[in-house]
Ligand binder design. Structure first.
Ligand SMILES: [Zn+2]
Ligand SMILES: [Zn+2]
Length: 159
């Protein structure tokens, strides 16, 4: 499902411009390849795998060897411009990369849409529950699988 609304296009352009401004402010370089990889990831609401990016880039004139694409993805991860979806071994764009954050991810198994979930209450609950075991958490990020609101409504499972 790749629906494109004008509003999405506008938001995407703004997101790219925002990413450029962020990188400039941080003194890091959003090279043409890094920018294109970001654009490809942001153009989808579902998570994108590295080999899909490679396939796409190889049809363009970027010299996209696997290590180059992985390095570009590493850069985008470091800058918080994309998030890794561990359970899918894929990547999704972040809409608010200004402050580094570990987002919980809601994965729709129907349409593939990935949404970020930020919840202080959830973070606190995890910290408390894990802390009680003596385990020292480095990072705790949930990936929740299910149906997004749209798909749940279509499936009549809104209750
Ligand atoms: Zn994010
Ligand atoms: Zn969905």
């Amino acid at each position: 499902m790749s629906r494109t609304h004008p509003a999405d296009c506008l938001a995407r352009t703004q997101a790219l411009q925002h990413a450029e401004a962020l990188c400039a402010a941080r003194g890091v370089r959003l090279t043409p390849l890094r920018r294109r990889v970001l654009e490809l990831v942001q153009s989808r609401t579902e998570a994108v795998k590295a080999y899909d990016l490679l396939a796409q880039l190889s049809t363009e004139d970027h010299a996209a060897k696997p290590p180059t694409v992985y390095r570009a993805l590493d850069f985008l991860l470091e800058q918080g411009l994309v998030h890794r979806v561990d359970s899918l071994n894929a990547f999704v764009g972040c809409n608010h990369p200004d402050t580094p954050h570990a987002a919980h991810l809601l994965l729709c198994t129907q349409c593939g849409r990935v949404q970020e979930l930020h919840s202080d209450a959830l973070d606190a609950a995890i910290a408390q529950a894990v802390g009680a075991t003596g385990f020292v958490t480095h990072h705790a990020r949930l990936e929740v699988q299910g149906l997004c609101a749209d798909c749940a409504a279509k499936a009549g499972q809104t209750d």
